[in-house]
Design a protein around this ligand. Structure first.
Ligand code: CP
Ligand code: NVA
Length: 309
């Protein structure tokens, strides 16, 4: 079956800064004029192949596809993948039926293997290694909230895994000064840190790691956190709660940030763990507007992936 030129989106560093700017501009068009995009996915079928739970990613993609005139199919844990059909064979079969696939899975290698055999666009809806749709959406949201992204100071406080990795890659491409603070045993991937800090030197930003969360927060305009125990790590939750106990966004940490700092969280959140109830529900927290932005950004992202060669 002949397919049009397309792009996969597996991690933020698949993009150039100019691609991100194009997606952000399109996001604003989609947000302001959704009626102009009502037929852009007509007669397209988009599958969500999800091997982990989701509320925001599933719903924002499904709603976005429907708002642009397309159809969605949700495939959870009961496909033949669960019985051992290979991810490569699954990609070849799905490419014959569908126009795009959003995948949420465990190891990042699984989505890379799928994409290597797919002849339709593949978008990463979260792997253990990356959460690129969330990070792109968050920087488009920050741009709207703060009026700019380049040159801002941001602190990510928490686990150095998928969320941190995607924020690091995006910060590097966009010229953000990002400090990632994690306990020593939970630092981000060394290669992603190296790539991000090198790239940031060329864009006027910086991406650094430290194990002091209060120092990271000092003067930041954005404080960002994620859960201490990600999906698939539930057996480690009590040991993680001990390791991360000093990494909570609370009143003291917020007092060290810029006086007009905003607090972000990809959600779902565990109040009293990575963020206090007081900060989560307080005036600096923008987490629900942040979540809503996923819809607009992902509509723009699907249009980008669908047509680019
Ligand atoms: N932030 C995010 O991806 O949320 P879900 O796990 O609910 O999709
Ligand atoms: N780091 C979290 C993000 C959830 C959106 C997880 O992988 O479970």
């Amino acid at each position: 079956m002949e397919k049009r030129a397309f792009r996969h989106f597996l991690k933020v560093s698949d993009l150039e800064a100019s691609d991100i700017r194009e997606i952000f501009d399109m996001t604003e068009h989609v947000r302001k004029n959704p009626e102009h995009f009502e037929n852009r996915l007509s007669r397209k079928t988009v599958c969500l192949l999800f091997e982990k739970s989701s509320t925001r990613t599933r719903l924002s993609f499904e709603a976005g596809v429907h708002q642009m005139g397309g159809d969605t199919v949700f495939l959870g844990g009961d496909s033949q993948l669960a019985r051992g059909e290979t991810i490569e064979d699954t990609a070849r079969v799905m490419s014959g039926y569908l126009d795009m696939v959003i995948i949420r899975t465990f190891g990042h290698d699984r989505i890379e293997r799928f994409a290597s055999r797919a002849t339709i666009p593949v978008i990463n809806g979260l792997t253990d290694g990356h959460h690129p749709c969330q990070a792109l959406s968050d920087f488009s949201f920050i741009g709207k909230e703060l009026g700019a992204v380049q040159g801002i100071r941001m602190a990510y406080v928490g686990d150095g895994n998928n969320m941190a990795h995607s924020l690091m890659e995006a910060a590097a491409l966009l010229g953000v000064h990002l400090v990632v603070a994690t306990p020593p045993g939970y630092a981000p991937d060394k290669e992603i840190l190296r790539w991000s800090s090198e790239k940031a030197k060329k864009t006027g930003g910086s991406v650094t790691w430290m194990d002091d969360p209060m120092e990271a927060a000092r003067g930041a305009s954005v404080l960002y956190t994620d859960v201490w125990t990600s999906m698939g790590q539930e057996a480690e939750s009590s040991i993680r709660e001990q390791a991360f106990s000093g990494f909570q966004i609370n009143r003291e940490m917020l007092s060290l940030a810029a006086s007009d700092a905003i607090v972000l969280h990809c959600l779902p959140a565990y109040r009293g763990k990575e963020v206090t109830e007081e900060v989560f529900e307080g005036p600096r927290s923008k987490v629900f507007a942040q979540a809503e932005n996923r819809l607009h950004l992902q509509k723009a992202l699907m249009l980008f992936c669908n047509r680019k060669g």
